[in-house]
Ligand binder design. Structure first.
Ligand SMILES: NC(=O)c1ccc[n+]([C@@H]2O[C@H](COP(=O)([O-])OP(=O)(O)OC[C@H]3O[C@@H](n4cnc5c(N)ncnc54)[C@H](OP(=O)(O)O)[C@@H]3O)[C@@H](O)[C@H]2O)c1
Length: 298
């Protein structure tokens, strides 16, 4: 089997699509033949060596945290899935021809492999963070950094729940965010004033996706700093805000995402690259301005 791998930390050029040991399903997991796997920010951070201590510290190192594909091994204890089922979900490593998924759900038939792969980490993270914030019908939520992988999914999940969504991006993505049902706002200096202008009734919750707006500014938008949850700024607790990096019921989150994909309320803009072109996809993602998701195809 081939897998994306690297033998030293560095730029995208360290990546290789080369032979690797085949993984096998263990208890409560399935192995899939990967049809598509998405690229997440953590992949380039691991490749750069920024996740040492939390990520792999031996070589070759492998990447990928979500994928969609066809089940070809079913681990002990798994019920309701069999060889041949089309699924998507979370596991590691997934940038490979075969991957083991730990959390997975059926892929809706009408959803493409690329879109399903893109929905894994972005979907689970969005649902986890919005649940922490209690986002539901009637909530006014700010999503800061809304045009990328996690942000664009979080906007659509919040809209589907009946929330009023204010979403930040650069000007070129405003039409896109409006098409997803959000009120777009330019990020950067003065962002909180611009948010207040479009939310005269106040803001109930803030999801900080990209971690670039100063935390004290985000906290100033809500009555209780705990109503700011960040997935990218680990200094948030110093300001009374919360950080999430995991936990929650991943399978339940993926089910919510699968339902939204199936009925068309969640659409993910994807650009696909063959695994052999992972270097180019990494280069683009690392620049930090991708709209939607990048996906790799074996
Ligand atoms: N804690 C967790 O569980 C968890 C899970 C998943 C991801 N993450 C982290 O969350 C972060 C976002 O992930 P992602 O997949 O959404 O990344 P991404 O797809 O690379 O994000 C790209 C987006 O960021 C926007 N952006 C760039 N600078 C911005 C700024 N100053 N203010 C607001 N938006 C800005 C860009 O919009 P423009 O093009 O309009 O500039 C672009 O659409 C990463 O740091 C990732 O590691 C954490």
């Amino acid at each position: 089997m081939r897998a994306i791998q690297f033998n030293q930390y560095g730029g995208p050029e360290v990546l290789e699509w080369a032979e690797a040991p085949e993984p096998h399903a263990t208890a409560n997991t399935v192995r899939i033949s990967v049809r598509a796997a998405s690229l997440n920010a953590i992949d380039w951070k691991i490749r750069r060596g920024l996740m040492r201590g939390q990520g792999p510290d031996t070589f070759p190192a492998f990447l990928g945290f979500d994928a969609a594909g066809v089940v070809n091994e079913v681990g002990q204890g798994v019920t309701g899935f069999e060889v041949g089922d089309e699924v998507f979900g979370l596991g590691h490593p997934t940038h490979a021809e075969y991957a083991v998924l730990k959390s997975f759900v059926n892929k809706p038939a009408e959803v493409s492999w690329s879109e399903a792969a893109a929905a894994g980490v972005a979907g689970e993270t969005s649902v986890r963070a919005l649940n922490l914030l209690g986002v539901t019908r009637g909530t006014t939520v700010v999503i800061d950094g809304a045009a990328g992988g996690v942000g664009a999914v979080a906007v659509q999940v919040a809209v589907a729940r009946g929330a009023t969504v204010i979403a930040t991006a650069s000007e070129r993505n405003h039409e896109y965010l409006a098409s997803l049902g959000a009120t777009p706002v330019q990020y950067g200096d003065g962002v909180t004033d611009r948010i207040r202008q479009v939310a005269p009734g106040g803001v109930d919750a803030v999801l900080d996706v990209v971690g670039k707006t100063p935390m004290e500014e985000l906290v100033s938008l809500v009555a209780d700093p705990q109503q700011v949850v960040s997935i990218a700024n680990f200094s948030a607790p110093e300001h009374g805000a919360r950080v999430t990096g995991g936990g929650g019921d991943a399978t339940a989150a993926l089910r919510e995402i699968a339902d939204l994909l199936a009925d068309g309320r969640l659409k993910i803009e994807v650009a696909s690259y063959p695994m052999q072109e992972a270097t180019e996809a990494h280069r683009l993602l690392e620049q930090g301005h991708v709209r939607g998701k990048l996906v790799l195809i074996p």
